[in-house]
Design a protein around this ligand. Structure first.
Ligand SMILES: NC(=O)c1ccc[n+]([C@@H]2O[C@H](COP(=O)([O-])OP(=O)(O)OC[C@H]3O[C@@H](n4cnc5c(N)ncnc54)[C@H](OP(=O)(O)O)[C@@H]3O)[C@@H](O)[C@H]2O)c1
Length: 301
């Protein structure tokens, strides 16, 4: 597992280790070793940009998962994602690892009112362009029976970290603004369900295929934001027009937030996967209670 100490990576480590796998986790920072062990993984020092370290970690593995990214570190985001995918392909070939799963994101899809399936049109931009390039790099190396490459596109993964922590904190302080009228739908997935989705795809996915990883209930952004606010006992967030959001946040982020992406998980379900938390309405109250003990007025579940 590469990116094992990250937001998505930790959920994947837990999903695999709890199913009895030995999960070798590449870590750069020795301080991350404890959290990897806590999740049931075995830390190994290395870097995705160092093929020899990947090769050592990959020896004897039945699969590799690429969840490494460096959004907050500056520099060229393509290095870790795209060059990292190339390096993993090389390490997999050297060690004859049969499967490689590339973690991506559903932001690569163009927004559309109809249910988004894996073959729906894409329109990558910003971070999702990097994810899309990473997918392509992996899929070009797909060679059934030799190295099988698969892609997982999680939706908005909520948990204590990443974008959801920022959203919840800014709703709490009254700073969050919904872009446009918020009628556009987002598709969500609980963080730990994202881990089991990655496991299902590695175990049973078809070579060269893409799988969406979302729960069963896409929801309008306004409804979601109001739900979070109510759980926190905060006022309903204000709105910002799309034009103003583009000026403030940049084109890629603003259009991503405003896109209508109701997304299907049918293909993943055909692998036998089911979301343990089928809707954000089931997962968010307990999560917020854990993140902000004492906040809000609604009793948590
Ligand atoms: N967060 C979401 O809601 C979400 C949803 C859908 C898709 N995604 C996609 O999933 C991917 C991972 O996202 P994330 O939120 O889990 O990111 P994250 O929390 O920032 O984790 C990134 C991981 O990559 C590791 N890393 C960075 N540079 C590395 C290098 N040179 N060698 C080895 N490891 C390196 C980091 O290691 P350190 O721990 O040492 O820093 C960290 O563990 C991204 O492509 C993202 O677009 C995320």
């Amino acid at each position: 597992m590469v990116g094992a100490g990250g937001f998505l990576g930790r959920s994947a480590v837990r999903a695999f280790s709890s199913a009895g796998y030995e999960v070798r986790c590449l870590v750069r920072d020795p301080l991350k070793e404890a959290s990897v062990r806590e999740d049931g993984g075995t830390p190994l020092r290395g870097d995705i940009l160092d093929v020899d370290s990947l090769q050592r970690a990959a020896a004897g593995c039945s699969g590799i998962i690429h969840l490494a990214a460096n959004p907050s570190e500056g520099g060229d985001p393509g290095q870790v994602r795209v060059q990292g995918a190339r390096n993993l392909v090389e390490a997999a070939h050297r060690e004859r690892v049969p499967r490689l799963v590339i973690g991506s994101g559903y932001w690569v899809f163009r927004g559309q009112p109809a249910l988004i399936r894996e073959d729906s049109p894409v329109e990558p931009r910003g971070e999702s362009q990097t994810n899309y390039d990473t997918e392509r790099t992996g899929l070009e190396a797909n060679s059934p029976g030799e190295l099988e490459v698969l892609v997982v596109r999680p939706g908005m993964v909520y948990g204590n970290g990443s974008w959801f922590r920022n959203l919840a904190e800014s709703i709490r302080t009254g700073e969050y603004r919904v872009v446009g009228d918020g009628a556009n739908r987002w598709s969500f997935i609980d963080r730990w369900d994202a881990g089991t989705a990655l496991r299902a795809v590695l175990e049973s996915g078809a070579a060269g295929e893409v799988y969406n990883a979302v729960d069963d209930h896409p929801a309008p952004l306004r409804e979601f934001a109001d739900f979070v606010a109510a759980e926190l006992g905060a006022p309903s967030p204000r709105s910002i027009t799309l034009d103003a959001a583009v000026r403030e946040m940049g084109e890629a982020v603003a259009r991503h937030l405003a896109a209508d992406r109701p997304t299907s998980n049918d293909k993943l379900r055909r692998l036998g996967w089911r979301a343990q938390i089928p809707s954000y309405r089931d997962g968010i109250p307990g999560l917020l209670h854990a993140m902000f003990p004492g906040a809000g007025t609604t009793p948590s579940v």
